[in-house]
Design a protein around this ligand. Sequence first.
Ligand SMILES: Nc1ncnc2c1ncn2[C@@H]1O[C@H](COP(=O)(O)OP(=O)(O)O)[C@@H](O)[C@H]1O
Ligand SMILES: [Mg+2]
Length: 230
Amino acid sequence: MLDITDLSVSYKGIEAVRGATLSVPGGGITCLIGRNGAGKSSLVNALAGLVKPSGGRIVLDGKDLSRAGAATRSRAGIALVPESRRVYGSLSALENIWLGARGNKREAEERLASIIELFPAIERFQDRGGNQLSGGEQQMVAIARALMCDPKVLVLDEPSLGLAPIVVKAVLGGIEQLALRGQAILLIEQNGRAALRISQHAYAMARGEIHSLDHQSPEFNERELQALYL
Ligand SMILES: Nc1ncnc2c1ncn2[C@@H]1O[C@H](COP(=O)(O)OP(=O)(O)O)[C@@H](O)[C@H]1O
Ligand SMILES: [Mg+2]
């Protein structure tokens, strides 16, 4: 579904992403774990077209998007929920979510209903202002907004960051349900253990380099992984 090949990102000569190669299949969760500063956000921001890579290829569903702008990538089906979440404080939760909608109103309403099944809490706070929402509520709104455009790949940059454990459970639980419905998801996390548990494919990133992990193999050594990446 999504193939990133040999992608590099530099900031004024500092290489934050070094020749990263990663694939996301058409359904299920692929996670990318790594410590703060590893280069994860640089990679996904380059994927979404928010940061200009110094090299590499991005192909979605056979379509080369390497030179496409952010709007084209979003239309092609890459939806990024950024680390910052970007929920508008002056709009209600529901208005924020509707910002993501495209096309047919009735289809969008059906989509919204199916998203609320994943995150039932939304119904409780939907009329509250964006600036009155907790971190977890904001995260649910940001994910719901991204899903309103029916993306081919949903990219989540550290959705559990700064959330209380019980809220992390609700957010990751919704993401897991979404994957079971067939949604392709690229999940970025520092919270490596929780991410690995719900992922079918996994990569780890350190100092700008990506390595694929065979995390479902019985020989997978979590301690070794921890020393390197978490
Ligand atoms: N806009 C930027 N300008 C300069 N350096 C940056 C910028 N964004 C990130 N970096 C640097 O790039 C490296 C990777 O950062 P980032 O991609 O945010 O990692 P992660 O998301 O894994 O925490 C860090 O050393 C960070 O300081
Ligand atoms: Mg980051």
